[in-house]
Design a protein around this ligand. Sequence first.
Ligand code: OAD
Length: 248
Amino acid sequence: MDPALIAALAGARHVVMLTGSGTSAESGIPTFRDAQTGLWAQYRPEDLATPEAFERNPRLVWDWYACRRELVEAARPNAGHDAIAELDGLLHRFTLITQNVDGLHQRAGSPTVIEFHGNIMRSRCTAGHPADTVDESGPRPPRCRRCGALLRPDVVWFDEAIPGDVLATATAAVDDCDVLFAVGTSAVVQPAAGLAAQAQRHGALLVEINPAPTPLTEAADFALTGPSGCMLPKLAAALRTRRQSCLT
Ligand code: OAD
């Protein structure tokens, strides 16, 4: 691990980390742009995760999310998620923003997670009511117990706005940070992808972790080329060692 990066992190006032679906790849959850398999091989996620797709065929979209929920339930956080949870205690101030809808950061123990694109384990009514209990035994999608409207996954679809409070909290953290990590994201979906440039505009360091190049790689101050389940534990170990040597 580059000692200059570890020194920068140890001295940082506020570190923000933006994660994408690559962070969950080593938990067996395919990334968004991976080809789908089985029944779903004929569809692209971009064609299912939209308000138009749900309007056209709500059952198809509901069933696709039900299948992804099963995958998430069977998955476990990987070493990358665990290291991120540890970073929270190793850094002066740490804010985690995730584009992932799988809840694996919370299951790994990250105390506060800004869920930029929602969470597939939650549902909500298309007329706006929260759905605390979902009856999966009847017609799909189930209907809202209060108003009878269809339920949908509580996620942000393509062409939908990020909820105002979520966007405000995330951008305030990015405006305040001195280091921004982009981990496991192809950095092509806005507005999340723009958070890196936003941080760099006010002088924050940009650190990328990804096995493949992205539109951010050239502009990154540090590009750690490799899977997050390998790079993040190394990073956490280097910070832990530095902390111990400062204490002794
Ligand atoms: P993508 O599928 O676009 O990108 C996944 C990224 O993870 C790629 O850059 C891969 O190189 C990288 N990757 C693969 N394996 C990895 C590993 N083991 N460790 C680290 N990185 C790895 O997923 P996102 O960038 O998350 O939005 O996509 C962003 C958003 O687009 C998603 O939240 C979703 C999607 O469409 C909505 O649903 C609104």
